[in-house]
Design a protein around this ligand. Structure first.
Ligand code: ADP
Ligand code: MG
Length: 349
């Protein structure tokens, strides 16, 4: 039993912490919340700082739901997706398509122009030819590659922005948004968080990410970039905020045959899988844009790739290419030199 005399002290002890923030005119300190879900062929992690647990959890759920919605709309591996329907019906077409998908195809068109055709979402026929997702690794021959190439090219896609209608000019064409949709999903997730008043968050889809704001203690987000040839190691650690960082590589999805590496990125100019560049880490203010450009720069390689990056405002990149057997070469744009720092020793593997 508490003596009556001590009651006021207990009251103060209970009431004061509750009203103190209001008295001081400040809200409770933000806490860190984190959640991970399998999505888009990887694990997506959302980290954010927020003073209110229920609100934080609600916003994380909404951001994930938004990314899931985009995957259902745009994945070629989901038969009911809008992109799968386009691939079934756009020849001879034209067909009216979902406005959001149409607009993303418009962004892909910009990337196609900027990368001189290295980034091209019409690579579907080539993606089906290379046996990345088949057990039997039979390589296509030159005739097959030549035939597939005739059905590849953004100029074979007819787009009508007025009515958001699409048509394929040739039968057997197909589009694949795998090189840009993840970036778009990240941008949309960040949009949900920002719209909900979040000032500090990281949306990380297996190393492809957007860092919103600084952490509450004023420090930047620290994010690792995997070593392209030593999967257990990082090649660099970046400190970033308010920027998208996207990495395209030949080391996450690929197959080996007769000692050669075949990546999941194809060169739309030759029909072969992209060669010579192990990884591209690229930063830009928008993840959609960074995603497409990273894929395009991987196809272009270090020289043409760096030239492109230098030409584009607010875009920086680090390109790791094969210098010789067991040795990588780092090509880095001026604005990234201080951010993407690699120990010389790490380039040998
Ligand atoms: P990841 O999905 O591993 O992050 P990317 O963003 O580089 O990698 O995208 C690779 C995907 O892009 C491929 O799986 C394929 O769907 C698609 N793709 C392959 N080659 C090209 C290309 N030249 N232009 C546009 N998209 C491509
Ligand atoms: Mg990409």
């Amino acid at each position: 039993m508490i003596a009556p005399r001590s009651q006021p002290i207990w009251l103060v002890a209970i009431v004061l912490p509750a009203i103190l923030p209001a008295l001081l005119g400040c809200t409770p300190a933000p806490e860190r919340f984190h959640s991970a879900r399998p999505l888009m062929g990887t694990v997506v992690e959302i980290t954010l700082y927020h003073p209110d647990q229920d609100r934080a959890r609600e916003l994380i759920d909404r951001a994930f739901a938004e990314m899931e919605r985009i995957e259902r709309l745009m994945s070629i591996r989901i038969a009911a997706s809008e992109v799968a329907r386009i691939n079934r019906e756009a020849y001879p077409g034209p067909i009216a398509v979902d406005r959001e998908v149409f607009d993303l195809i418009g962004r892909a068109l910009e990337a196609w122009r900027e990368t001189s055709g290295a980034f091209d979402i019409t690579v579907g026929p080539l993606m089906q030819l290379w046996p990345l997702y088949r057990a039997e690794k039979i390589l296509p021959n030159d005739v097959q590659i030549g035939e597939a190439l005739e059905r590849v090219g953004f100029d074979l896609l007819m787009l009508d922005p007025e009515s958001s209608r699409i048509a394929f000019k040739k039968p057997g064409m197909s589009i694949d948004l795998g090189g840009i949709a993840k970036g778009y999903a990240i941008d949309r997730a960040i949009g949900v968080l920002r719209g909900g008043g979040v000032a500090s968050a990281l949306v990380n889809a297996g190393g492809d990410l957007y860092a919103l704001g600084l952490k509450p203690d004023g420090t930047p987000w620290r994010v690792g970039v995997r070593h392209p040839r030593r999967p257990e190691e990082l090649i660099a650690t970046l400190e970033v905020h308010d920027i998208a960082i996207m990495t395209s590589g030949d080391y996450e999805r690929y197959f080996l045959k007769d000692g050669r590496r075949y990546s999941h990125i194809v060169d739309p100019r030759t029909g072969f899988t992209a060669r010579g560049t192990a990884g591209v880490t690229l930063s830009a203010p928008i993840a959609t844009w960074a995603d497409a450009l990273a894929t395009g720069v991987l196809v272009l390689g270090p020289d043409a790739g760096l030239e492109l990056v230098n030409r584009l405002p607010q875009v920086e990149a680090a390109i790791l290419s094969e210098a010789s057997e067991h040795r990588l070469k780092l090509t880095v744009s001026a604005g990234f030199a201080q951010v993407f720092r690699v120990d010389e020793g790490k380039l040998a593997y």
